[in-house]
Design a protein around this ligand. Sequence first.
Ligand code: DX5
Ligand code: ZN
Length: 222
Amino acid sequence: MHQIAPSLLAADFSRLGEDIRMINGSDADMLHVDIMDGVFVPNISFGQNIVKTIKQVAEKPLDVHLMIVNPDQYLASFVEAGADILSVHLEACNHLHRSIQMIKSMGVKAGVAINPHTSVSLLEDVLEDIDQVIIMSVNPGFGGQKFIYQTLIKIQQLKDRITVRNLDVKIEIDGGVGLQNAEKILQAGADILVAGSSVFKSEDPVKTVSQLKQIGINTLSL
Ligand code: DX5
Ligand code: ZN
């Protein structure tokens, strides 16, 4: 069954605690936490101290998405802050294999995120070492952008590679995901849906999470 990861970037930061508690009480499987440094992406979000605070309230695992340069320098502090899954961007790592090993050596799950222009074929030599791939379906930096449809092809390509090699690597899709396109994304082979605006800007976020979770239950043969 697929998993849902609401992205806190779209939450109301003036009442972050309440929004996290709301997600605690929902069908969400994890909480997606976006870290932006203003260098790798043209926007700045928040750092380790806020993650630590989020961790105190959150009852779901923290799926931390690092959109930062020099991630190796900060991996330990994000694990200390409470990350359960830590993902680095392929484009931000000179020694991706080393970054992955560093994450795993700290006992948390390791993920690699790729931008829309990055081919899934570049993951070939690290696929065995990771727990998840985040395929960006928007250019990272902002919530509320439009889903890039080419992503569906990338999901299928990656799913094929994972299946052929019989690996246990989850495919997470991040950006522009909502009730209108979730079924297609799941049919293409996604395992985890990140949803920011479509959850937090909806009238009833808890209901939207359950609807996303229920999608395809009768129509997908997965
Ligand atoms: C984009 C972030 C996403 C973002 C998704 O750079 O990585 O996680 O919060 O937001 P929506 O779902 O609104 O596109
Ligand atoms: Zn993200």
